[in-house]
Design a protein around this ligand. Structure first.
Ligand SMILES: Cc1ncc(COP(=O)(O)O)c(C=O)c1O
Length: 412
């Protein structure tokens, strides 16, 4: 279904629309996030303040930088602002995409749509592209928004592309081809680096996936909110939009790799001019503009993005070592595929533990938050965020170990 009859179709189908299911991860986190002591559920790299960014400037400049920013923000007349995002912001975002872009096609500010977080970016992609009856393929496990929302907009036509622990979370491209041949989908949705597994698909794998999508004239959307957090990778990929295929979309935000979730600022990048036009048109209905303050702060922060990434790589690498030790000490009770990117690890409990019960007990009795695999349809696993402060990771793992000792499953 496309073109002129789209709105009519959507209006007609609204009466029989699928019910949007609860967002399990968000609900679990929302229930327990406040009031806990050690947060192993966090997916942002240890969040920062604007003052922290000012410290990245040479010491003799810090005072004047702070004064200038302060004056600009305090004197800003708070109107709707740059409806489509300021040029400065979009130029700074484009630089991140072009850093490792070897193709002729460079990302420019015209290729960028500014949204409320990556969650707004993903939603806008789905709202713009997916109509009732469209077949959509999406990876699982991943962030539940990437499957649940397309399922509703397509009126139940979402097909899952499972990524398996037993295959090292690598994409089985024969399986993908079969699914595409069988369902003739309009769009493939992937998430690289992935939440919850922390897997990272490399350039060769992405190039192959793009070839498959191209030969089937499909859109491919990649949630790249954890890009470029490639702290432990020896072979990091470039963004999906840097492969020269027009029908690609990348979403990203300030939240994870750049440690500023509180700004609620995200983006969509695409080289497809008519798609950018469509996205902007649909955006009029749910965004108008993003906050001028978020725009200003984000431009300021991203002008220092390399320093932020250097800091964040070290945090993730150090915390991963702590989880390494914990897993080794567990002597096979817990196993994992060590993530090379992002901020989340999906650990597997090789015992008959009910991970939902364990996670509830940890949160309610011990004030430690980790997310049970049940929230990703993977019972027996748990998602552990390793971007948080060293104290959170150390404290949380210590409590988890003690609880497992108490249960008699952790052997010395
Ligand atoms: C894969 C993925 N996409 C999108 C989001 C939403 O990010 P944002 O805070 O930028 O809206 C999250 C948050 O956890 C995520 O893990």
């Amino acid at each position: 279904m496309s073109g002129g009859n789209t709105s009519a179709a959507r209006r007609k189908n609204i009466e029989i629309a699928m019910i949007q299911e609860d967002f399990d991860v968000e609900q679990f986190m929302n229930k327990y996030e406040t009031g806990i002591k050690y947060n192993l559920g966090e997916t942002c790299v240890d969040s920062m303040s604007i003052k922290d960014i000012i410290k990245f400037f040479p010491e003799d400049e810090q005072q004047s930088v702070e004064k200038q920013l302060h004056d600009e923000v305090f004197n800003m007349k708070l109107v709707y602002g740059w409806i489509e995002g300021s040029d400065e912001l979009k130029t700074n975002i484009a630089k991140i995409y072009n850093e490792d872009n070897k193709s002729e096609l460079k990302v420019t500010k015209e290729n960028i749509i500014i949204t409320n977080g990556a969650i707004g970016a993903n939603f806008l992609c789905f709202y713009t592209l997916i109509n009732p009856g469209d077949k959509i393929i999406a990876v699982e496990p991943s962030y539940q928004q990437l499957t649940s929302v397309p399922n509703v907009f397509s009126d139940g036509n979402l097909v899952k592309f499972p990524i398996l622990d037993s295959e090292g979370y690598q994409p089985d491209l024969d399986k993908l081809k079969l699914l595409i041949n069988q369902h003739k989908p309009k769009m493939l949705i992937i998430n690289n680096p992935n939440n919850p597994t922390g897997y990272l698909w490399n350039n060769d794998q992405i190039a192959e996936i793009i070839d498959i999508c191209k030969s089937n004239d499909m859109y491919i959307m990649c949630d790249e909110v954890y890009r470029p957090l490639y702290h432990s990778s020896t072979n990091p990929p470039t963004s999906i939009v840097n492969f020269g295929y027009k029908k690609t979309l990348s979403t990203g935000s300030m939240s994870k790799a750049f440690s500023f979730a509180g700004l609620r600022l995200g983006w969509i990048v695409s080289h497809d001019d008519s798609l950018i036009k469509d996205l902007a048109s649909k955006r009029d209905y749910n965004t108008i503009s993003i906050s001028m303050i978020d725009d200003k702060f984000s431009s300021f922060i991203l002008s220092n993005y390399k320093k932020i990434l250097a800091r964040n790589y070290v945090i993730c690498q150090n915390n991963l070592k702590q989880i390494d030790n914990f897993i080794e000490e567990s002597k096979g009770l817990i196993t994992w595929i060590r993530p090379v990117a992002g901020t989340t690890a999906f650990i597997k409990f090789n015992d008959n533990l009910i991970t939902m019960d364990l996670s509830i007990e940890l949160a309610e009795k011990h004030k430690v938050l980790m997310v049970p695999g049940e929230c990703f349809q993977y019972p027996g696993y748990a998602r552990v965020g390793f971007g948080n402060s060293v104290e959170d990771i150390k404290g949380g793992l210590e409590v988890l170990k003690n609880v497992l000792i108490e249960k008699g499953v952790w052997k010395h």
